[in-house]
Every structure is written in structure tokens, then in C-alpha cells.
Write a protein of this length. Structure first.
Length: 394
């Protein structure tokens, strides 16, 4: 069997990886002890035919990315995991073909899950299949829609909450919204909720997690939507592992018609794990060049990682022709056609501050109509805002 090669590892990291991997995987670990200067030693590394190369953390962060790029440029079926000291940008790592990122503070579950996904991807790629890990949807029937933006402030939470409320009008009690911005999530605030439980409580609870137990930690919204809120303290978000997030999404998809996931800015390990399970991805960008260019990097990273199963929807937020960009220019810069344009509106920040989604307070306004169009795209049905029994949150 092809080995998992630790290149430039510290003794501490090598011991941790060896300790957390299960039997059958642990035996495949090999420690690369030869010196490796920049990209000069990559040919020798690849000659060993590894399945996964774990780079670092005993190497300088800039060198890590150069080595990752050299492996990616060799066009092999080798997957790369980078263990770094905190100076590696996620977008840059994905552009270099990196499958997963680890830091010194990564917990055992994260290390195990990250290397495990890389190993599965390498073996599937070697067999001529897609590079994406197998989606854990054996018992799932619901759609999983992940809302994603590479930069903060693009309006992900506003869109996620309004979309979830709209879907709940089509499938009452059949929709759950997950706040995956684990450190600074604002879904509860945007919906005017005061949750008794968060995702942290679900993770910290004793015993195995099943759908019956998980439902206890959901918060009900007046629109017949259920919400799994983010932790109320940033440090608690760090205790939610990637592996548990995948388990939660899979459980929810087995019970609910629609699972909507609001994510943190950029591409965290938690977001990447959720994307592996998604049926739909909503890309959101502002109408400015940096936002659109960052989105293009994400889309190229998706293609590089083989994440092509989920249906893609590109929404342009705060669309305004007066900023000097045309729709054609936006689509060209992003590398993806614009599906919906959400107009700029002064009402949106007001409704956010009030904790009442605009789709509830004014279901016929231009912004709400665009959300209804997205609901129609995701449900393949026509939705009339005039006939929806929507209620304000108490």
C-alpha cells in the first residue's frame, strides 16, 4: 500500500499523527529524513510513490507552499496536507493544490479527519475517480445548501437566514439552518433568537450523537424554521471538530428536507468538510473587483479539488451598475455566470438590526423577490410571496 509520508515534520507532530491514526493507516506512515531544500528534493519524495505527503511544521511557511506547488505541478495522484505555524493563507494553500491544513493546535479529531480525507481522495484519484471524498449521504435524503463567500461582509448571514425562512414557507418544520461561523456567527441575532442551546452543547454532551439527541439542541423560529446556532463564546467554537460537523450535517440531512449552512468567511476546514456533503453551493460576492477576484480563486480551488458534484449558484449582492462594473465583467472575473442579482437596499441593515428577515417584514420588496427566486431554484417549484403564511419572529 502506498505510504503517508511526513516531510519536514517535527518529532512532536510525527508522534501526534502516529498516535491518532487508526490501525491499518498508522502502519503506512513513513518519516522522510533526507534534507529537502526548496523544491529540489521533490522528485526524490515522489519517487517513493506516496499517497499523501504531510509537509511541515518543521519548514518555513513560504517553503511549504512552494513544495506543495511543486507536487501539484508534477500532476500526480499524491494529496498534500500542510502542517504550518499559522502563516499560511487558506486561499493560497488551496491554489497550491493543498488538500488540508493543520496547525500545532489542531485537535486529534481534526488531524485524523484531515489526513483521512486526503488518503481517501488519493486512492479514488489513483483509481481514476473524482478527487472529492465520498459524500456521507448513505441515509440522507434532504438537500444541503452551503452559502459561501471568500470575504467577510458580503452578506452571507443575511442571505442564509432569508433563504432558510423562504424554504421553511415551502416545507414547514422541514428546514434547519446551521450557523457554521463557529467563532463569530450571527444567525441567532439576525433571526431575533435567544437560543438556550448551541452547536457546542451538542458536541459537549455525553454519549453518542444521533438525530433524536441533536434535535434537542435546535432552536425553533416563528417561521417554522429550526436553527442550530453558533457558540456564544469564540473559544467554544474551537472545540467543534471537523469530523463532528460532518456527522451533524449528515444526521440533519437524513431528517430534514433542506439543510442550509451559513459559513465563516474564506474556506476553513469545517467549510470544506461541509462542501463534501453539499448538494448545492451558493457563491456570494459583492460588486467590487477584490470580492469577485477572490471568488474566482475559490472556484478554481473547487475545480482543482474535484468538487463538482454540488450544483453552483452565483449571487451578486448589492448589485449596482453605478460602481463601474458590468455583469459581463463580473462573470468574466469570477469565472462563473451570475444567476441572480440582489439589489442594493437600505432596508436590509435595518431588518438585520431588528432581527426580522426582510423576507418576513417586506416579502414583495426587490431584495425579497430575489430570495424567492433562489428558493424556486432550490425547490424546482414556483413560490408566490403573496400566498405564503409567513409570520414575524416573536
Amino acid at each position: 500500500m502506498r505510504p503517508i509520508l511526513l516531510v519536514g515534520s517535527t518529532d512532536a507532530m510525527a508522534r501526534r499523527i502516529h498516535a491518532v491514526l487508526g490501525e491499518g493507516v498508522r502502519e503506512r506512515l513513513r518519516l522522510w529524513t533526507q534534507p529537502i531544500a526548496e523544491t529540489g528534493g521533490i522528485d526524490a519524495v515522489l519517487w517513493t510513490r506516496p499517497a499523501v505527503v504531510v509537509l511541515g511544521p518543521g519548514l518555513v511557511d513560504k517553503v511549504l507552499l512552494r513544495l506543495a506547488q511543486a507536487i501539484d505541478a508534477a500532476d500526480t495522484d499524491v494529496e498534500v496536507v500542510v502542517a504550518h505555524s499559522g502563516g499560511v493563507d487558506t486561499d493560497a494553500a488551496l491554489a497550491a493544490g493543498v488538500r488540508g491544513l493543520l496547525v500545532k493546535t489542531s485537535d486529534d479529531d481534526t488531524i485524523r479527519a484531515t489526513i483521512g480525507r486526503a488518503l481517501v481522495a488519493a486512492e479514488r484519484h489513483a483509481a481514476g475517480e473524482t478527487m472529492a471524498p465520498p459524500r456521507q449521504t448513505a441515509v440522507s435524503s434532504g438537500k444541503v445548501t452551503t452559502v459561501l463567500s471568500p470575504k467577510g461582509g458580503a452578506g452571507k448571514t443575511v442571505l442564509s437566514t432569508n433563504l432558510a425562512v423562504g424554504l421553511a414557507s415551502v416545507a414547514p418544520r422541514g428546514v434547519v439552518l446551521v450557523d457554521l461561523d463557529l467563532q463569530f456567527g450571527d444567525v441567532a441575532y439576525a433571526l431575533g433568537l435567544k437560543p438556550r442551546h448551541t452547536i457546542y452543547d451538542a458536541v459537549a454532551g455525553a454519549g453518542p450523537l444521533d438525530i433524536t439527541t441533536l434535535k434537542v439542541f435546535l432552536t425553533h423560529h416563528a417561521s417554522d424554521l429550526y436553527v442550530l446556532c453558533a457558540p456564544d463564546e469564540p473559544h467554544r467554537g474551537e472545540m467543534v471538530s471537523v469530523e463532528v460537523v460532518q456527522q451533524i450535517i449528515t444526521l440533519l440531512a437524513s431528517e430534514f428536507d433542506h439543510v442550509v449552512v451559513d459559513t465563516a468567511a474564506g474556506l476553513s476546514e469545517h467549510t470544506l468538510a461541509t462542501l463534501d456533503l453539499s448538494t448545492d453551493v451558493v457563491f456570494l460576492a459583492d460588486m467590487d473587483v477584490p470580492s469577485v477576484r477572490h471568488l474566482n480563486k475559490v472556484i478554481r480551488a473547487f475545480d482543482r479539488l474535484g468538487m463538482k458534484k454540488a450544483k453552483r449558484h452565483f449571487l451578486l449582492n448589492r448589485a449596482d451598475a453605478r460602481v463601474g462594473l458590468s455583469m459581463l465583467q463580473v462573470a468574466t472575473q469570477a469565472g462563473l455566470a451570475v444567476d441572480l442579482e440582489i439589489p442594493l437596499s437600505k432596508q436590509v441593515p435595518v431588518t438585520l438590526n431588528e432581527g426580522v428577515p426582510i423576507i418576513l417584514s417586506d416579502p414583495k420588496c426587490p431584495v425579497s423577490r430575489k430570495v424567492w427566486e433562489l428558493v424556486e431554484r432550490l425547490t424546482d417549484s414556483h413560490v408566490s410571496p403573496a400566498r405564503q403564511p409567513l409570520k414575524r419572529s416573536a
